[in-house]
Ligand binder design. Structure first.
Ligand code: ATP
Length: 311
């Protein structure tokens, strides 16, 4: 059963179609990447999933039932991009206050917060004020208060912004650990390399529309261009062939693109038959960044005549 299903969601601001008929579903324990260029509609979508906005149209199904914000919000942890901590409050009391808003008793909150603070090496912060923490420290605090009540859905908008590599890694490991325990995570970011590393499934939105949906490996496979990196001892360079084109050469490293039926065994056979020593042969799959740029640019070029018309 899907933990979250969004069905034909629409949200308009005046005439701006911020979210325009978007559907997808996310299974329990999955790490899901919500991607899109600036203004694509991600924040609007997340605000509907967290009950901040009502959709103009469409349905949200949470844990198999129609989403009821007042009740279900206690099962969701949301870390928005604009962090919302009270600057003058002391860290310990602040964490307890946020935990109580999520339905925890003071004693339960205290026990859980102490355990998280220990794990994140934050014990000495207890009596400091939020305003005395660095941006990265505030980020850690915000992460802890988002996951403290053990929600079944955690939504993280740019969770690594402002974190050094050690702390980014700490949070990343926690994200993996939470997913392993069955928690579902929606992760919104512009940092494609993080999505590629962390997410099981992605949805790409642009101008309010969903333009791509799938598991990361499947998406990369679907966009592959049959390019390979070949390391070969070929005195005088790689010979021309009807089976491939040489796109780039650097010493004994070549980038080739296969022609025709994409038979890698035939290529290797031909090279070996010509006395070429093969040291390495790997497929080059496009990065999510390449796919993202390609899809968004393609859409821009198809909508450009309309935009020119407006201008
Ligand atoms: P970013 O990555 O830049 O944060 P986003 O994908 O989160 O962008 P949204 O903030 O959801 O995008 O915005 C989607 C569209 O809706 C944009 O065109 C934006 O200008 C518009 N929009 C967002 N909030 C409002 C609002 N309160 N009133 C009017 N238009 C809005």
């Amino acid at each position: 059963m899907a933990l979250l299903e969004v069905q034909h969601l629409k949200k308009y601001y005046a005439t701006q179609k911020a979210v325009d008929d978007i559907s997808f579903s996310i299974g329990a324990g999955k790490i899901f990447g919500l991607l899109g260029p600036n203004g694509a509609g991600k924040t609007t979508l997340l605000r509907m999933i967290t009950g901040i906005f009502y959709p103009d149209e469409g349905n949200i199904i949470f844990e198999g039932q129609p989403f009821e914000p007042e009740k279900d919000i206690l099962r969701i942890g949301y870390m928005p991009e604009e962090r919302g901590l009270y600057k003058k409050m002391k860290i310990g009391e602040h964490a307890i206050y946020l935990a109580q808003l999520k339905g925890m008793s003071r004693s339960e909150a205290l026990e859980k917060i102490k355990s998280w603070f220990e794990r994140f090496d934050m014990q000495s912060w207890w009596n400091k004020k939020v305003e005395d923490l660095s941006k990265g420290m505030q980020q850690k605090l915000q992460f802890v208060t988002t996951v403290l009540h053990e929600p079944s859905l955690i939504i993280l908008d740019e969770p690594f912004s402002g974190l050094d590599p050690v702390n980014a890694n700490l949070i990343k490991e926690e994200i993996y650990g939470l997913a392993k325990k069955g928690c579902t995570i929606i992760f919104s970011t512009h940092r494609m390399e993080q999505v590629e590393e962390i997410c099981d499934q992605i949805v790409l939105v642009d101008k309010g529309k969903k333009i791509l949906d799938g598991d990361v490996a499947g998406v990369k496979e679907a966009f592959k261009e049959y390019k390979y990196r070949l390391l070969a001892e070929a005195p005088g360079g790689l010979p021309p062939s009807s089976l491939y084109e040489v796109l780039a050469a650097n010493g004994s490293a070549y980038t080739i693109q296969l022609n025709g039926d994409h038979d890698t065994n035939a290529i290797l056979g031909e090279l070996i038959a010509r006395g070429i020593g093969i040291k390495g042969f790997n497929e080059i799959l496009p990065s999510l960044n390449d796919i993202f740029i390609r899809l968004v640019n393609d859409r821009q070029s198809t909508t450009r005549p309309f935009q020119n018309h407006i201008a």
